[in-house]
Design a binder for this molecule. Sequence first.
Ligand SMILES: *Cc1c(COP(=O)(O)O)cnc(C)c1O
Length: 366
Amino acid sequence: MTRVFNFSAGPAALPEPVLRQAAEEMLDWHGAGCGVMEMSHRGKEFTSIIERAESDLRELMAIPHNYRVLFLQGGATQQFAQIPMNLLAGGSADYLVTGAWSQKAYKEAQRVAAGGLGGRVRLAGSTEAAGFTRTVRADELQLDAQAAYFHLCTNETIHGIEIGDDGLPASVAPIVADMSSHILSRAVDVSRYGLIYAGAQKNIGPSGLVIVIVRDDLLGRAGSLTPTVMDYKVMADHGSVLNTPPTYGIYIAGLVFQWLKAQGGVAAIERANVEKARLLYDFIDASGFYRNEVEAGCRSRMNVPFLLRDETLNEAFLSGARVAGLTQLKGHKSVGGMRASIYNAMPLEGVRALVDYMRDFAARNG
Ligand SMILES: *Cc1c(COP(=O)(O)O)cnc(C)c1O
């Protein structure tokens, strides 16, 4: 068996020890006589799995007691609708658009508001005119202090733009952040956010699971049009087990959390992520052959889009990479070029192998 270095943006590579443990436990989880996929979601075995996953996530992110952790279905895209359904309550919400994902979230919220929910969804700032190559500047952002919430995407997976706590706009309204593609990759002060959500398939586990971390006081605002399974308060009251949750995804997420703790937690993985990203960006910037167009200071540590100087070489670059065991490097169709997603599970060794290949390809084609 040969495992490649998989640079997919998502579903993305998982830590190998997690996959091995899941394989070992596939037929018989801890002497239960059956696997996790075959267990009752209300039995004591699965209850222990979801409780441990939650407590490990709380520990990793230092989630304060006044926040609830929800394990939901439907992916981050469903949250684009679910957030206004729970939080808008006839009021107004502000959206910052810094790339494809925050734009989708903005459009979906507008659709939900116009479709009968009521309320207003405002564009508080956008970097579209700058080609989504940076985050917003303070003078380009107009926030409404009365807003029900302020939504942003802190890591734009397609455009490769990241906003850390230090770059977070000062907002009076609760901040709602789509952290799908960089959750657990860096330290985050959860108390600065009203709600954090993340689809699992980038940094946490299998697709089909989305994690929502929501402050207590934001629960219970859903209108009567909000379906029961989409009401955060109902899901929180039932410990995410109102109906059958994505049990296997929660189990794998729990194993990933245990793996992260064994790596030294978020602080340690952040140091590794900084080193991986620096290696790749420094090489790209110095190469003269490749380029990344995102403004320094806004560059994502997780998703690194880059272009070849000569785009007619794209196919040759990708096929050579596949032969070298480096896969899924093709950029998103809306941006073109290449994209290397280097999430927590990508070892430094994988980034080194990519840089070696890129250097060699440039030397042969430059
Ligand atoms: C992948 C991604 C999504 C969409 O996730 P789905 O699970 O496919 O709905 C939303 N936001 C960001 C930032 C993403 O990276």
